[in-house]
Design a protein. Structure first.
Length: 140
């Protein structure tokens, strides 16, 4: 069994954003040489997410609106977490809703997706450098 690990770094200039990272993860798979196995993609920050869905701008706008309805950024006083001097209480909740990580099967050296599936990094408290872990295990 082989193992591969790489961190992918991001600079998201705004507070929130969605980035399609499918190509970066596919490149990691190519670098690994693994043909059969599993690929874990994990947001390494507690105010960010990794999820699988369609790469469609209307859907991403729907996510943004839905998340803001469920966990609005303001008023900051809405969250006890913000009493610590932070202003990202909402980002922690948004991350919980969108998920921490995904696992994708690897078949014949490819990410084994269903129709329209893509991997996304979701940022809910950006404006600083963040990273995603790609961990691949399997056989060559």
């Amino acid at each position: 069994m082989k193992s591969y690990r790489k961190e992918i770094w991001f600079d998201v200039p705004g507070r929130r954003g969605f980035i399609n990272i499918t190509q970066q993860v596919s490149e990691c798979l190519r670098e690994s040489g693994i043909q059969e196995g599993l690929c874990l993609v994990n947001a390494m920050h507690i105010t960010a997410s990794v999820f699988i869905n369609d790469d469609e701008s209307g859907l991403h706008n729907d996510f943004e609106r839905w998340l803001e309805q469920l966990a609005p950024h303001e008023p900051l006083s809405l969250y006890q977490h913000n009493l610590t001097g932070e202003d990202n209480g909402d980002a922690h909740l948004k991350r919980t809703l969108m998920g921490r990580e995904v696992i994708v099967a690897i078949t014949e050296g490819r990410l084994d997706f269903g129709p329209w599936e893509q991997i996304f990094y979701g940022e809910f408290d950006g404006r600083r450098r963040k990273r995603v872990l790609v961990k691949i295990i399997g056989s060559a």
